[in-house]
Every structure is written in structure tokens, then in C-alpha cells.
Ligand binder design. Structure first.
Ligand code: SF4
Length: 332
């Protein structure tokens, strides 16, 4: 890393948050207690009114999906609703730009009913009505909780389905019981739709992917297309130094994948199988994205959490002109 960034005088492996304050102020953080340090101060940002803010509600996961950095990271408790409403109160601005929403940042959002009740109560007590979005597994959100979650402000779920092919789900170690997993996914999507919660489905093209696995995923998505607001798709990418990723690349090669190329140090792209090379995986990703995501849906989802709050649909449409074939959604 020193060779790659010669001007950097200090390099920390992993996350550096515990060191940043000391670097800048020479005072180390006194308390590293969970839920105390992970509050972001948006007032420090330049043009902070343009940002859709994140609010970190938990870390880690530990569910073991073999492509994921979080697979062995312990899941922390959800941040308390009292802290959340205090943070949202400090953060949310009211103006005439795209409404400010919160992304409840969590690798795996998993709430108990008492937590949802508390959030509803604290929102009412503090007269807040912000909308929020989060990321979940199909089996980390209880179908019976969705109605209450909507009352607590949940507006969009990024659902890490990853595939609807039994073999691929098992190869990813996403689940050992794909049939049950997919029926749970159906129930979550349908119940979310009934409660007017938008679901964006995440799909991962994984090692060993072939025509049959792609077709079964598309068939499954077709059955749910009216209830989903968009699909994000991409092939698995391996991050890390060569010595650290060797074992993982070997494991993926057993499933039929091989190294395609490294566009830059630390990033490895794959040919997923003998029939789906890297380029095909990008084309398939675009095909699936365009099949289920309109430009309106895409703009809605991105404006909710990512686009600058003064970016309009007209500007977006004009920026899309001439690059239609590169987009993972279709222009309508
Ligand atoms: S459930 Fe999501 S966050 Fe957890 S290991 Fe799997 S992909 Fe990663």
C-alpha cells in the first residue's frame, strides 16, 4: 500500500475510525462503547443540505455467505430507538429539495417487535415522521413485522436475495434450504407490497453460474415483478491482496470460476464458468437490471438515498441520453 500511495505517511489496516480523532486532535477517543462512537455529524460536511444521510444502526452479520466480508463479523445489537430519534432530529433538514430520508445502515437489519414498538413510540413523542431504508436478508425480516415497520417509517428494503437458483444459493452458502428460503422471500416481497414498502432486490452472479441458473432466477423474478421496484445485479468481485485471496480463488475455481483480469491492484474480476465469462456476466447484469427496473424506479431509489437532493428527474434523463446501452435500467 505504501508503494501504491507514496505520499501517505500513515497507513492503518482495516477501519481507521478509532484512530482518526487522535490523528487530527491528538486526543484518542475516550469511549469506544458501541452505539456511542458510530454517530455521524453531518453539520461538518460541505453543502451538507445536498446529502441523503446515513444513520448507522448496527454492524456485522455472521450469517456466513461465502462471498461476503461480513460473513464472520459478529452482529451487534440494533442502536436504540431513543438514540436514533435523537440523531435524526439533529440531522434531518426540511426544505424544498428532495425530501431528506435516512438510510439505516446495517449489513443485516434484524429487528425485534419491541424495538419497532419503541421506534414508533419515540417518533410519536418527538413528532418525527422521517422515512428510512435498510438492507436485509429474506429471513432476517419477519413478515408479520412489516406492517409495524411501515408505521415506524420503513419505506424501502434492499433485499439481499442474491439468486433464485437452488444450486447457486447453496454454493454461496446463502442457505442450506433454498426452497424454504425462496418461499420466505416471496412472502416478504408480497407483504411488503401490500404495505406499500418498496423492495429492491439484489442479485449476485456467482461462481458456477450458467444458462440454467440465470433462467431460474429470471423466472422467479418474473413471478414477483409487479411487487418489486427494481433489481440490482452484478458479478462477484474478489477484493484483497494476492496472498490473502488465493484460498478463496481456489474455492471458487472448484465451482467453475477462473480469474479473468485485475483492472487494478486488489481487485480481481472472474470468468464465472466455462460458459459465462466476465464480459457476459456484465451483459447479463444489464439485461436483468433493465428487465425489472425503469428509469423512474431507478431515479426514485437513488434519490431516496444517494443522489444529491437538488438533482432532478429532468437532469437525470438528460444525463442518461447517449449512454442507454451502458445502463442497468431501461429508459421509459
Ligand atoms: S446475510 Fe448479507 S451481510 Fe450477512 S453474510 Fe450474507 S451477504 Fe453478508
Amino acid at each position: 500500500m505504501k508503494e501504491l500511495i507514496p505520499l501517505a505517511d500513515i497507513i492503518f489496516p482495516g477501519t481507521a475510525e478509532e484512530h482518526i480523532l487522535k490523528l487530527i486532535t491528538n486526543n484518542p477517543l475516550k469511549s469506544l462503547k458501541e452505539n456511542v462512537i458510530n454517530q455521524l455529524d453531518y453539520s461538518l460536511l460541505h453543502e451538507r443540505h445536498l446529502y441523503q444521510p446515513n444513520l448507522e444502526v448496527s454492524r456485522g452479520c455472521g450469517m456466513g455467505c461465502n462471498f461476503c466480508q461480513e460473513k464472520d463479523e459478529r452482529l451487534t445489537n440494533l442502536k436504540s430507538p431513543k438514540l436514533i430519534v435523537a440523531e435524526s432530529h439533529r440531522t434531518i433538514l426540511f426544505d424544498n429539495l428532495t425530501p431528506m430520508n435516512l438510510y439505516f445502515e446495517a449489513s443485516l437489519f434484524a429487528s425485534k417487535e419491541e424495538w419497532i414498538d419503541e421506534l414508533i413510540k419515540h417518533r410519536q413523542q418527538t413528532k418525527q415522521s422521517f422515512k428510512w431504508r435498510t438492507e436485509a436478508r429474506v429471513d432476517s425480516i419477519k413478515v408479520s413485522h412489516l406492517k409495524k415497520l411501515k408505521s415506524a417509517g420503513l419505506e424501502v428494503i434492499d433485499l439481499g436475495l442474491e439468486s433464485a437458483n437452488f444450486n447457486q444459493l447453496i454454493n454461496m452458502n446463502k442457505t442450506k434450504r433454498p426452497e424454504k428460503y425462496l418461499s420466505q422471500a416471496s412472502r416478504v416481497i408480497e407483504e411488503a407490497y401490500r404495505n406499500n414498502i418498496k423492495v429492491k432486490v439484489n442479485i449476485l452472479l456467482f461462481a458456477g453460474e450458467n444458462k440454467e441458473s440465470i433462467t431460474s432466477t429470471i423466472d422467479w423474478l418474473d413471478k414477483h415483478k409487479d411487487a418489486i421496484t427494481g433489481v440490482s445485479v452484478g458479478p462477484v468481485i474478489v477484493f484483497g491482496w494476492q496472498t490473502k485471496i488465493k484460498a478463496y480463488l481456489n474455492a471458487l475455481s472448484v465451482l467453475g470460476a477462473s480469474v479473468s483480469h485485475q483492472p487494478i491492484t486488489g481487485i480481481t474480476h472472474l470468468d464465472l464458468s466455462s460458459t459465462i465469462d466476465y464480459k457476459s456476466s456484465i451483459d447479463i447484469s444489464k439485461y436483468i437490471g433493465q428487465r425489472y427496473t425503469t428509469s423512474e424506479d431507478y431515479f426514485y431509489l437513488k434519490s431516496f438515498s444517494y443522489f444529491a437532493r437538488d438533482y432532478t428527474f429532468e437532469q437525470f434523463n438528460s444525463d442518461c441520453k447517449g449512454i442507454e446501452d451502458q445502463l442497468n435500467f431501461r429508459l421509459v
